[in-house]
Design a protein around this ligand. Structure first.
Ligand SMILES: Nc1nc(=O)c2c([nH]1)NC[C@@H]1CN(c3ccc(C(=O)N[C@@H](CCC(=O)O)C(=O)O)cc3)CN21
Ligand SMILES: CC(C)C(=O)C(=O)O
Ligand SMILES: [Mg+2]
Length: 263
């Protein structure tokens, strides 16, 4: 049965961790779905891992729609989130157009936008339209040229700003939040303060779910994968077994460990 937002909320309330992987095509989506992931993210990380670009900035809306379509052909039960790519959120018109394309053509279930106060009015407009929205705070890959790939929220002022941004996004109508690369203690505090599920990546264990880039989970990423990721194919003999091991580790809270913490 197809996952609903309501089921994700029930899982968070019951403290059952939500397992999420990225996918960019039908085959990966099929095996992630078969392994039992609750959520598939069609991340703009596809610019780096699939296209071989240095950042996510070159990814177009057309690319996102194309990959979301492929993913949804391979996915049966997982809730599907699609990233709004760099600058497709330059104004309300372009945000609404991007959401329309990702939902109507891509067949996504939800869109994800990076940022805090800046995107509040967009979240409100999408929520009013009945479009499910996922926020994304902490390390923002679309801001890499100015901020780098660095842990966020390490000083008290930054931490307070992150919490305020999270609360502003919730008030505007986000239904889920991805929290990337923040100290575990801060992620725990933000999760406790919010009435919506928080999915972490490099945000420690005390959140409502985990997301990793599937290419990192399979050891496919050239060079060094982020510290917070793990190759689950090591010692296993199939992609399905690796994805199943990831889902199991998230569910039984053996992933992430202290070794995966940042900051
Ligand atoms: N393969 C891949 N995995 C990801 O998780 C990922 C992508 N690509 N592309 C889009 C964003 C970018 N992300 C990144 C990329 C690099 C770091 C990184 O180098 N982090 C450092 C820690 C930073 C610090 O300690 O200041 C690390 O050592 O892992 C983190 C997140 C997460 N996303
Ligand atoms: C790193 C995750 C959260 C993401 O936004 C992506 O894969 O693009
Ligand atoms: Mg992204």
């Amino acid at each position: 049965m197809k996952k609903t937002l309501k089921q994700l909320y029930k899982m968070a309330a019951a403290q059952e961790p939500i397992a999420c992987l990225t996918a960019y095509d039908a085959a990966f989506a099929h095996w992630a779905d078969t392994a039992g992931v609750d959520v598939i993210l069609v991340g703009d990380s596809l610019g780096m891992v699939v296209q071989g670009q240095r950042t996510t900035l070159p990814v177009s809306l057309e690319d996102m729609v194309y990959h979301t379509q492929m993913v949804q052909r391979g996915n049966k039960q997982a809730w599907c989130i699609a990233d709004v790519p760099f600058m497709a959120d330059k104004n309300l018109d372009t945000v609404m157009d991007a959401a329309a394309q990702l939902l109507k053509v891509g067949q996504a279930d939800m869109v994800k936008l990076e940022g805090g106060q800046r995107i509040v009015s967009y979240v409100q407009a999408l929520a009013e339209r009945g479009v499910p929205v996922c926020g994304h705070l902490g390390l923002l890959p679309q801001s890499v040229l100015k901020k780098g790939y660095q842990v966020q929220g390490t000083d008290p002022a930054q931490a307070a700003q992150l919490l305020a941004d999270a609360q502003a996004l919730v008030a505007a109508g986000i239904d889920l939040l991805v929290l990337e690369c923040v100290p575990s203690e801060l992620a725990k505090q933000i999760t406790a303060a919010l009435p919506i599920p928080v999915i972490g990546i490099g945000a420690g264990a005390v959140v409502n779910g985990q997301v990793l880039v599937s290419y990192d989970v399979l050891g496919l990423t050239p060079g060094r994968a982020p510290k917070f990721s793990q190759n689950f194919l090591t010692g296993r003999d199939s992609i399905l077994a690796a994805f199943e091991a990831y889902v199991q580790a998230v569910k039984d809270k053996t992933f992430p460990t202290a070794d995966h913490e940042v900051g």
